[in-house]
Design a protein around this ligand. Structure first.
Ligand SMILES: [Zn+2]
Length: 687
């Protein structure tokens, strides 16, 4: 039986293919809109995101609204079979507003108020800004919530940043009062007896500041949580008039790759559909796999936030203009990069931007339509060709990714582990560590979810827990249950160190997982960049991995408390002590990797074996060359296998059965050749 999700919009139940479109920059030349519509159809584009930064055009003076131009754009779209995500314009403000109401301007951590300029430069708490947003969004909703061309709302743009104004300080204190109830509880959670930081009145509590408090870890953590909550509160405030006018239209807020400032897992609860903006820096070296696996991780993360298909809201059709070097996409890369998003669960491919602006900071950012103004460009042809491909893949819409493996990744752990002042302040490399583990699964073609502490672990057979420094008692219990019920867990060094308040677990690390892992981590050593140790696998160990693997940066000195020792340290005063262990617990196994092994081959061997033992499904039961991955979407009746070549060279894969090519309908089996940047989409009956 098919387990597909409904399409993102019932109005447009096909792949959405399109771009951010800024017709307000071209109102002086009405011929541009007419030409754009001709070009959109030529490029097989069926959706545009309009009005993202249009406030000054929509409300040129306070209370004076001008919607005629947007009416015209949307009416023209409707006549031509093009749909729109209409944006609320709150990502940037008109100058009159900043001038008349300075309180809308953001205040920096040093308590200095910004001047007017840039974008995303506003306070999320300011009553005036919130009121102006409500007035604007009510007008937009009144005019467009029933418009035939409109498929949903694009709320603001790339939310991010924080404000330290008086309104925000008040809101922070109110947030803390709600969370802790009393100052005593706050002082206890923040361990404020340290350095006499005890608060005796709520009014003394402020946000962290470079010239003020920065050393209370619990406070830093709560401030970041507050910033997330306040941003979500602003988002919810934005959508009230939109939902009142038409509750059926989905709302989304475009997110950014592994953005650190907001806990997207919390934000995900507030949006109807996840959308995100992906800007890979391809061609930095011959091997594209590092970039490919990083973006695969992000796609998996964004899909996992709601465990359903997401939107690629922005990507560049050619180059960016804000990275240190902006390379052009080599032939084939546009197709590979775009379909990679689809492989991981995206039901859209959208770009920034449709037409290059003529001036200002994004005039050289890639666009479907270049300054030359016509369709006879390499980029336009790439886009049109991809549009044609997507129009033939409608059956994929709503198809889930059936992951049986997961990597744990929490924002508050990410914040806390970097704030810790621990064994390596010159680079704790949390994200890189997560990627070491994820990449091995990517190279093996294992469909993988990226989960948070609060997610249900029951659907998985294998969970990787790299550096879960902040680990709640409750999460520990749930991971224990997971192993007890037959799951395979792999945790690493620097896991289970602090609780949700950033207070150390007492009674031995790794705190809540000590029993499950069957070890005690007594000490951790930070290594200098030039230091090396080794992980020496024991002869005849249960994993069947042989040899010695280089270790860098972090070494946990552990005691096996019931776990079997699979490998030991090679040198230094702790030579011979356990470095890799396995604890049989309940019906499952819990592995502990005590040191940061640097060789990717080790992780591939490790996860290859763990996945095989746990019976974790791979997309393809074939050997995959380095840099070639396979990913899977399945509706329960049909499996769609995407084989993608990020190796930078030609590659061959021996197929494990007979497939149908999803694009050509031809039968495919045996040796499949992939050109440089090649991708093939194969179909089989669901396994
Ligand atoms: Zn503020």
């Amino acid at each position: 039986m098919s387990n597909k999700f409904p399409p993102i919009s019932a109005k447009l139940p096909v792949f959405m293919h399109g771009a951010d479109y800024n017709p307000d920059q071209w109102l002086h030349d009405p011929a541009v809109l007419e030409e754009d519509i001709r070009l959109m159809k030529l490029a097989h584009c069926n959706v545009m995101a309009v009005g993202i930064f249009s406030w000054a055009t929509l409300e040129p003076e306070e209370g004076t609204f001008r919607f005629d131009w947007l009416d015209n754009v949307l009416d023209q779209f409707a006549e031509n079979g093009i749909y729109a995500w209409v944006a609320t314009p709150s990502g940037a403000r008109p100058a009159w507003m900043s001038q008349k109401y300075p309180e809308v301007l953001r205040v920096a951590p040093n308590r200095q108020r910004n001047l007017h300029g840039l974008r995303h430069n506003h306070c999320y708490t300011s009553p005036v800004y919130r009121e102006k947003v409500t007035i604007m969004n009510r007008e937009l909703a009144r005019r467009y919530s029933q418009h035939p061309a409109v498929v949903g709302w694009h709320i603001s743009n790339e939310f991010g940043g924080e404000c330290h104004c008086d309104y925000c300080q008040e809101a922070f204190r109110a947030w803390l009062m709600r969370k802790y109830g009393s100052l005593e509880a706050l002082n206890a959670a923040w361990w404020t007896a340290f350095w006499s930081h005890t608060y005796t009145d709520w009014s003394q509590v402020e946000s962290p500041a470079p010239h003020g408090e920065t050393m209370v870890h619990g406070q830093n953590l709560d401030w970041r949580r507050f910033v997330t909550d306040q941003t979500i509160d602003f988002y919810k405030h934005e959508i009230v008039p939109l939902k009142e006018a038409n509750p059926e239209l989905p709302c989304t807020a475009n997110m950014m790759d592994l953005f650190e400032g907001l806990d997207y897992r919390k934000f995900a609860e507030a949006v109807d559909v996840i959308s995100w903006d992906a800007y890979p820096t391809w061609h930095a070296s011959d091997l594209e796999a590092a970039v490919g696996s990083w973006f695969a991780f992000n796609h998996d993360l964004f899909r996992s936030l709601k465990r359903k298909p997401f939107m690629l809201m922005e990507s560049t059709p050619s180059l960016t203009n804000w990275q240190p070097v902006s390379k052009l996409k080599r032939p084939g890369m546009h197709r590979l990069s775009s379909l990679q998003a689809v492989a991981h669960g995206s039901d859209t491919v959208q770009y920034f931007q449709w037409r290059k602006s003529r001036g200002s900071s994004e005039k050289f950012h890639g666009a479907v339509v270049d300054h030359v103004g016509h369709e006879h460009t390499r980029v336009f042809k790439d886009v049109a060709s991809l549009g044609e491909t997507l129009s033939g893949l409608t059956e994929l819409i709503g198809t889930p990714v059936p992951a049986e493996a997961a990597v744990l990744f929490d924002w508050d752990n990410r914040w806390a582990v970097k704030d810790a002042q621990g064994p390596r302040n010159q680079g704790i490399h949390y994200e890189e560590t997560v990627m070491q583990h994820y990449r091995a699964m990517w190279e093996l073609g294992i469909p993988t979810d990226v989960v948070g502490s609060g997610d249900d672990f029951g659907a998985y057979k294998l969970i990787a827990v790299p550096m879960a420094y902040l680990l709640r008692e409750e999460t520990g219990k749930r991971l224990e249950k997971f192993v007890e019920n037959g799951g395979t867990l792999l945790a690493t060094y620097w896991t289970g160190i602090v609780d949700e308040n950033d207070l150390c677990h007492l009674g031995g690390f790794p705190g809540p997982l000590r029993k499950t892992l069957g070890i005690w981590a007594e000490e951790i050593e930070g290594l200098h960049d030039h230091d090396r140790n080794g992980l020496e696998m024991n002869a005849g160990n249960a994993l069947g991995i042989e040899g010695t693997y280089e270790v860098r940066e972090l070494c946990d000195l552990i005691h096996a408390e019931g776990a079997s020792v699979l490998g030991v340290y090679e040198s230094d005063f702790y030579a011979g002590r356990p470095a890799l262990t396995m604890n049989a617990f309940g019906r499952g196994q819990a592995y502990y990797l005590a040191a940061r092994v640097s060789d990717p081959a080790f992780y591939e061997k490790l996860y290859g074996r763990l996945a095989a033992d746990a019976g974790v499904r791979r997309a393809l039961n074939s050997a995959l060359p380095a840099g070639v991955t396979a990913q899977l979407r399945s509706d329960g009746e049909r499996d769609y296998v995407f084989v993608m070549n990020f190796s930078g060279t030609e590659a061959e894969v021996v197929l494990d059965r007979v497939y149908e090519d999803a694009e050509t309908g031809e039968e495919t089996s045996g040796v499949m050749r992939l050109p440089v940047h090649g991708i093939r989409l194969l179909k089989r009956s669901a396994l």
